[in-house]
Design a binder for this molecule. Structure first.
Ligand SMILES: [Zn+2]
Length: 540
């Protein structure tokens, strides 16, 4: 592809060199490529069909960005939003896409990596288990959503997969920003969002069956509270629980949210119990009160993003965390002051002294009001050995809070003395050398059953929209479908007590995936088995 033209130019430069041999991610709507302006690398979203480019919305975004677009940690700038920087045109002056900051996919991970027990190990750092870090991530996310709201922009499709978190620094970047609901303060026009995702749709939206185009701040505040709850409760969804038998069909978290069957309230719900491994009772009282307001209070009184940000900053900075009395030197055992240690609680429930049980990975399913297809970016898990960051100071719990600052200082020193040292620590996206463009394979797995309960797998490197289409074709509407996931393997285990109850897990190898599906099913429903060999399957 020839050079592209950037409007508005950047520091007077409008020439953009597209590296179209190295796509970073591709989807039904567009492909993301690296692109150079004056020698600095950005990301270019190039649409398959220029008719799908909403130029007015992109220009409204360029003209009205959030107040703070990048975060400086240890002297390095991290982009906070994949926000459009300029429109891109071909030599015939046709719009082909837009330029945005390059997000380093090797140093950042989707937010679920920081709470999913099956994923957090891939961060290769025991520090990442610390409660203080999860509070820090929630605080950064809340501050960024608050900034959006102060400009009357809304996230709407808020979900962990649209939030990337940098290891060690916990800088947060929101992606897929062109899907946000955008307000143009000059023309007072709004360019609505077109998509939201299951598990992150507010109860009143589910009840009224409202389209994503109609939604605003209250939808974001529900999604934000849901993500914070999952961060603190190892992935358990606020409406995930064990329902009283005979109450009816409430198969999904959304079904329960619609009926306000919230098992984690300060006042116990008579019809739904929390899962045994839920640690909600270990949260501090103010956090629990805010969750109650977010999930079962009136939508208009949901805690604002700024309220969450202030509360979390207060938790983070004012020493409201404490050491575990049994394992005072184990970073995994950090707890809220005056509350039971969550890790000890999980271990007592799971009767295992090593590993808390894994909740099933339920991937949010995008719901669109149009044929809009999302761009899927590669989720490139970096497995480099971070030996320098796996040795926390264990003398005082409060040193954990300062670990990022200490690492930052070490990094600056190491960077100045020897470039080799950067292999042991995260390097920053802005200052890093041009990335090596070796895209990881994108696995899409999906699972379906026919009306006789015969479970089958689909699994290959197919696109998300294809996978959904094939599911429908093969099974029709009577089939149960899992959301399509980006993991290589998927497994299901069914309870003999009631075959409509089952556990699903996704993972990277067949044995551990099958084991975690069985474990989850047994723990929650009991008497479980893997129905057929096809019920556990990995992509090629
Ligand atoms: Zn403990």
């Amino acid at each position: 592809m020839p050079d592209l033209i950037l409007n508005p130019p950047m520091n007077g430069v409008s020439k953009v060199l597209l590296r179209d041999a190295y796509p970073l991610g591709r989807g039904g709507e567009a492909i993301i490529y690296p692109a150079e302006v004056s020698g600095k690398v950005y990301a270019a979203k190039i649409f398959h069909d220029s008719k799908n480019i909403d130029s007015k919305k992109i220009f409204a975004m360029i003209n009205h960005p959030p107040g703070k677009m990048s975060q400086q940690v240890a002297g390095i700038d991290y982009p906070m939003y994949s926000w459009p920087l300029g429109m891109l045109y071909d030599s015939n002056n046709n719009a082909v896409g837009f330029l945005m900051p390059l997000i380093d996919l090797k140093q950042s991970f989707t937010l679920d990596y920081y709470y999913d027990q099956g994923l957090i190990g891939k961060l290769n750092s025991v520090n990442e288990y610390a409660l203080s870090y999860r509070i820090e991530i929630a605080m950064h996310l809340s501050e960024m959503v608050a900034d959006l709201h102060e400009h009357q922009h809304y996230f709407i499709d808020i979900k962990p997969q649209n939030v990337r978190v940098f290891k060690t620094t916990h800088a947060v970047t929101l992606i897929d920003c062109d899907g946000f609901s955008i307000y143009d303060a000059d023309t007072t026009s709004r360019y609505p969002a077109t998509m939201y995702s299951s598990d992150y749709i507010a109860p009143e939206v589910l009840k009224s069956n409202l389209a994503a185009t109609k939604l605003g701040e209250e939808q974001d505040l529900y999604g934000l509270a849901t993500i914070i709850f999952q961060l603190f409760n190892w992935g358990i969804h606020p409406f995930q629980g064990i329902i009283q038998p005979g109450l009816g069909e409430f198969d999904t978290n959304d079904d329960k949210a619609k009926a306000l069957l919230y098992p984690h309230g300060i006042i116990t719900h008579p019809q739904i119990k929390p899962r045994p491994q839920s640690v909600h009772a270990c949260f501090d009282d103010v956090t629990r009160q805010m969750f109650d307001e977010a999930f079962i209070g009136p939508a208009a009184s949901r805690p604002k993003a700024r309220q969450w940000a202030n509360h979390l900053r207060n938790l983070y900075e004012s020493k409201q965390l404490a050491k575990c009395t049994v394992f005072p030197n184990d970073i995994k055992h950090m707890r809220w002051a005056g509350k039971e240690c969550p890790q000890c609680f999980i271990e007592s429930v799971s009767q295992s002294s090593l590993q808390p049980k894994v909740a099933p990975i339920s991937m949010p399913k995008p719901v669109s009001v149009s044929s809009y297809a999302k761009t899927t970016s590669t989720n490139n898990a970096n497995t480099s050995n971070s030996s320098l960051v796996t040795k926390p100071k264990k003398s005082y719990a409060w040193t954990w809070i300062f670990v990022p600052i200490i690492f930052g200082i070490i990094r600056v020193i190491m960077h100045n003395s020897s470039p080799v040292a950067t292999t042991g620590l995260d390097s920053a996206p802005a200052a890093a050398p041009p990335p090596t463009y070796t895209p990881a394979p994108i696995y899409h797995t999906a699972f379906y059953s026919d009306s006789n309960g015969m479970y089958s797998m689909m699994s290959s490197t197919i696109s998300q929209s294809d996978a959904d289409g094939q599911t429908y074709k093969a099974c029709g509407s009577a089939c149960y479908k899992t959301p399509v996931t980006d993991r290589r393997c998927i497994s299901i285990a069914i309870s003999r007590n009631n075959t409509s109850l089952f556990g699903i897990s996704t993972g990277d190898d067949i044995a551990s995936t099958q084991k975690s599906a069985l474990e989850f099913c047994n723990q929650t429903y009991g008497n479980c088995y893997t129905p057929t060999s096809a019920a556990s399957h990995c992509a090629d």
